[in-house]
Write a protein that binds this ligand. Structure first.
Ligand SMILES: *[C@@H]1O[C@H](CO)[C@@H](O)[C@H](O)[C@H]1NC(C)=O
Length: 244
């Protein structure tokens, strides 16, 4: 009796709320988030209760749309158009595919990700409101998958964690950064070259003076005299020792 009641309630409600949270694909693929795109794991083994011809849509939203999102506003309508996001509409729907394309389980080694924002040909084309166009800023964005059967919402996942994209450097700050860095490099290079020049000059001077004095003195048999003297003293000390 009780399960039957629950089933009735569920069908009356009409929408299956799945606990699955869309997640960014793991980083082993590299470059997963750019300034205008991000990569999600496909919702595999998530809509297991649905029929194969159920259409799965991705909803991309800014914060204001997350709380009271209206699942009944269909994809392709002006309120869900990519071209109006996020200034006129806080969410758009894209990347529609039938559940057949998200088979469960996924075979090993298979690419099972979705790149959001990869379609550049329809960015301003209002006849293609479901365009998977480049995201208009760093976000943050929230996403969820919504399953439609005969254009009616039948299941949805939870909203993702906020997704923030990489920030492009402000165009004005690039030359500033560049000149600042190059000024530092120039200063460092000059200091290093001056130090090197001083070192080199010292070395040259030493060589010149040494060939005049040190080098000359060494050829002047001074060391020889020393060795001779040492030899003598050694002899002198050695001889009495030998006598004893
Ligand atoms: C996605 O939706 C658009 C517009 O509703 C439709 O023209 C297109 O055939 C759909 N694509 C898939 C793969 O379901």
């Amino acid at each position: 009796m009780f399960p039957l009641l629950l089933l009735l309630l569920a069908t009356a409600h009409g929408l299956d709320r799945l606990p699955y949270k869309p997640t960014l694909a793991n980083s082993s693929l590299g470059g997963l988030t750019t300034t205008s795109t991000f990569v999600l794991e496909q919702p595999r083994c998530v809509f297991t209760e649905m029929q194969d011809n159920t259409v799965i849509w991705l909803v991309v939203a800014v914060r204001t749309a997350v709380r009271n999102f209206n699942n009944s506003v269909g994809p392709g309508t002006p309120e869900r158009a990519f071209q109006k996001f996020p200034t006129s509409t806080p969410a758009y729907m894209t990347l529609n595919t039938t559940l057949l394309n998200y088979p469960c389980p996924k075979s090993p080694g298979e690419f099972t990700v979705l790149r959001v924002g990869s379609e550049t040909g329809c960015t301003t084309d209002e006849t293609r409101p479901t365009c998977n166009g480049p995201l208009p800023g760093p976000g943050p964005y929230w996403v969820k998958f919504l399953a439609l059967k005969d254009s009616k919402p039948v299941a949805e996942t939870a909203w993702s964690e906020p997704i923030t994209l990489r920030t492009a450097r402000q165009p004005s700050s690039i030359p500033m950064m560049g000149s600042g860095r190059s000024a530092g490099m120039i200063a460092l290079t000059s200091i290093l070259s001056i130090l090197f020049a001083i070192l080199l000059a010292g070395l040259v001077a030493m060589l010149v003076f040494c060939s005049d004095i040190c080098g000359g003195s060494s050829t002047f048999s001074k060391p020889e005299a020393v060795t001779v003297r040492r030899y003598n003293t050694h002899h002198v000390y050695d001889q009495p020792a030998a006598r004893l």
